[in-house]
Ligand binder design. Sequence first.
Ligand SMILES: NC(=O)c1ccc[n+]([C@@H]2O[C@H](COP(=O)([O-])OP(=O)(O)OC[C@H]3O[C@@H](n4cnc5c(N)ncnc54)[C@H](O)[C@@H]3O)[C@@H](O)[C@H]2O)c1
Length: 374
Amino acid sequence: MTWFVDKREKAPSIGDTSKLLFCLKLISFQSPLLHFWAKYVLKVVLRWCFSGAFSTPRIIMQWNQLWFVLGIGQPLSLLLKLNPAVTKLNLYDIVHTPGVAADLSHCETRAATKGFVGEDQLKESLVGADIVVIPAGVPRKPGMTRDDLFNTNASIVANLAKAAAEVAPKALLGIISNPVNSTVPIATEIYKKAGVYDPKRIFGVTTLDVVRSNTFLAEAKGLDPQDFNCPVVGGHAGITILPLISQCTPQVDLSPEKLKAMTERIQEAGTEVVKAKAGAGSATLSMAYAAARFTGSLIKAINGEQGVVECAYVASSITESPYFASPILLGKDGLEKNLGVGQMSSFEEELLKAALPELIKTIKKGEEFVAKNY
Ligand SMILES: NC(=O)c1ccc[n+]([C@@H]2O[C@H](COP(=O)([O-])OP(=O)(O)OC[C@H]3O[C@@H](n4cnc5c(N)ncnc54)[C@H](O)[C@@H]3O)[C@@H](O)[C@H]2O)c1
């Protein structure tokens, strides 16, 4: 899609959408087999499709807007607005927030909701925040890894973290934007540069890995996922996602084949959604649910509730990786105690060995990005 925007600056009119779709189908169908004649035929078809097709701009903007509408931010803000412990909810984005906030503000719950839009309003949006959650940036499309998002999302997270470090340095910071394995080190380096770094306050939100594990395992055992708990440690991408099925409560016994298949399904669950959405983004509703659960736990801990535990990706010394997701006890100031990985099975230890080099590589990438650019 971007190709058309870049080349022509204007997008095709709505009336030409069917031609455009036909053409895109043709390209994707033919691309692996393109030879000289196929290319010639394609050129002719393309010319036919787009003759006079660039009269009405903005259909591509509307496609983009659809992504925004379907993203994590909106369902997350609704779930947070429904949380009776939330008193104030500021929404920041480069588009749409005033409308979303006006809409949300009519829900009969006490959180005062306000939208802030554009960089000029970024700092104002952060004033007085106790918790800052960042789901900004581009999601995956089929065939992409989370690391493929690095080039776009690294600077988005760095700039938002810079503003948060300046205006709300004591706020607890939850980072959803991928690749989480790198964006958490990026935010950390930005906070260090600003002289306000506190490792207890920065979290990569990996709750969705736990939510998925609970759901899949409970389904396999015919149990209610709400009664299930499966810790997931490591990172938040492919083989760095390590579900500790041996430590599930209630206990589950799976054959070695089933255990391997279940582990791989959990590691690739995000890709399952990306494929099913077929180019329209990645997990948004389950992610919003997971982020609302994590944020709810932070709020409970800030409000003094004892024994609040969540898995999250944090600065860590429990393995040789400087960041690592594990169960953590939350308190008023964020991370109170890292509960570590407990007794792992030999299968899980092998997974850990495979994960660490990948994790360390992506962490370095994030750190180097800040060293070079900020
Ligand atoms: N941690 C996880 O488990 C997990 C799960 C799913 C998705 N994600 C990640 O979350 C991110 C968002 O996904 P999505 O589906 O909501 O994407 P989306 O494209 O639907 O929404 C992203 C939003 O970010 C906004 N944005 C872009 N640049 C910005 C900036 N500079 N400042 C503020 N806002 C900006 C966009 O306007 C858009 O509204 C992606 O990076 C995705 O990979 C993480």
